[in-house]
Ligand binder design. Structure first.
Ligand code: GLN
Length: 448
């Protein structure tokens, strides 16, 4: 705990933490130490964990990096947080992120951007940028983020660490602030597979507080090993390597990783995915629709901030939301309200639901013939602060490769795949079929 707190203190300029629970963490460390001596310690005894600012944690501040939740404190532990605590993990603080998990650069936080430790002029990715940097810069061992369309995998790639988005419904969403409920997944950042596997093992599984969570038994992820003598079949999607805007160095590194697998005797084949152009529109139509509904609860009555300049109920709602939400969140609420409006519902929302099913079926079709799909995690390495913040469409392109598994509900991981010539980390994304986390993690371990 002292080691991590030392790093948090000396790397304050990275702005990865909104709050540090130093006193509490030290106390818990003493308790856990005693339990270890008594032989009663939990599975995660002493694991120092940080939480993205979207997890309910009893009597701790919770703001989704938004002004609208100013002064709000959570009254209960979400399921994942409770399970970490029950197994004696030590929670060290909460991390900065894009407001309500909307963004790809962590520049949409009400508390200022997070800086990438690899290059302080560059973004760490988003929306879970603070949680990625917390692991990157050794401010904790493991952190939890949320991944709706890439918010764990993309920052993991930008920061040179591992980031997992499990199958939708693998981990209970109880106590996770909702963005797009049919996409939202709790994800894990770490520097190795072992820490990730044991964390997933603890937090996954059925839960009476989330009616959508899977009851499928949780496997012993930390025990599964990849058998290198077993030859596997990997597909890569041709279009992802030919996509407009993909950096040459990322393309080369991805090809190198595929070549290496081939040299080791695995089958590597190119497949077509003609739906690439539909991924981002489908994702942004459906998630903004869900967000506009989920965020209607923040109205100045029930949570956090209320505008002081109001005269009646109507103006209280309006002013609270106008002053409390940031620009990107408002843009998405408006987009989502538009696609759900009576005259456009079928043209946009219903249509996108249909396209979503086609994307999932097509992706599952590929996975019925291959063990994994491999592609780059992102089209570029970490970009400069401010580089894309004027043009939302340009920013949305950062999610080009991560949204496929989110739209499909499938598990995917980003693992480090070297650096570009400027020393910036590159990520490799591996996607698997529903509930194949054990294979996905074991294979990742073999790969890195
Ligand atoms: N960057 C994507 C977005 O802005 C993904 C966010 C996320 O996964 N929470 O929606």
């Amino acid at each position: 705990v002292d080691y991590y707190i030392g790093n948090i203190d000396s790397k304050k300029h990275l702005n990865a933490f909104l709050e540090v629970y130093d006193h509490e963490a030290r106390q818990k460390a003493v308790e856990v130490d005693q339990k270890v001596k008594n032989g009663t310690a939990g599975k995660l005894a002493g694991m120092v964990v940080a939480l993205k600012d979207v997890f309910c944690h009893t009597d701790h501040g919770l703001q989704a990096s938004s002004k609208i939740l100013n002064t709000f404190e959570s009254q209960f532990n979400g399921t994942a947080v409770q399970r970490l605590i029950d197994e004696d993990a030590i929670i060290i603080g909460r991390n900065n992120c894009d407001e309500f998990a909307m963004g790809s650069s962590n520049e949409n936080s009400a508390f200022g951007p997070v800086l990438n430790e690899a290059d302080n002029e560059r973004v760490p990715g988003g929306s879970s940028g603070g949680s990625a940097v917390a692991v990157q810069a050794d401010m904790c061992l493991v952190s939890l983020g949320s991944d709706t369309g890439g918010s764990v995998r993309q920052p993991a790639a930008f920061c040179g660490i591992l980031g997992l988005k499990p199958t939708y419904s693998r981990i209970s969403r109880h106590g996770l602030i909702a963005y797009g409920s049919s996409f939202d997944c709790i994800g894990i950042f770490s520097k190795n597979v072992e820490d990730m596997a044991i964390t997933l093992e603890v937090i996954a599984g059925k839960d009476e507080f989330d009616s959508t969570v899977s009851t499928q038994p949780v496997e012993a992820y930390s025990k599964s090993k990849f058998d290198p003598s077993k030859k596997i079949k990997v597909a890569y999607i041709k279009e992802t390597l030919e996509a407009e805007g993909i950096s040459k160095e990322i393309r080369l590194k991805t090809q190198e990783a595929l070549e290496k697998l081939k040299a080791d005797g695995h089958t590597i084949e190119a497949v077509d995915f003609p739906l690439l152009d539909y991924l981002l529109p489908t994702y942004y139509i459906l998630t903004t629709a869900e967000a506009s509904s989920n965020l209607s609860r923040f109205d100045g009555v029930k949570y956090g901030f209320r505008s002081p300049n109001t005269s009646d109920l109507e103006s209280m709602y309006k002013k609270t939301r106008t002053e409390g939400f940031g620009e990107e969140v408002k843009r998405r609420i408006m987009l989502g309200t538009f696609v759900l409006s009576a005259s456009y519902y079928d043209a946009y929302y219903t249509k996108a639901q249909k396209v979503r099913r086609i994307i999932r079926e097509h992706t599952k079709g590929i996975l019925s013939n291959y063990d994994f799909i491999i592609m780059p995690t992102t089209p570029t390495t970490a970009f400069k602060l401010g580089e894309h913040s004027e043009d939302p469409l340009e920013m949305y392109l950062a999610d080009l490769f991560t949204v496929q598994s989110s739209v499909s509900g499938l598990p995917a991981i980003s693992v480090p795949n070297g650096t570009d010539s400027g020393g910036l980390p590159i990520g490799l994304q591996i996607m698997a079929d529903d509930f194949q986390e054990d294979q996905l993690l074991a294979f990742s371990d073999y790969l890195i």
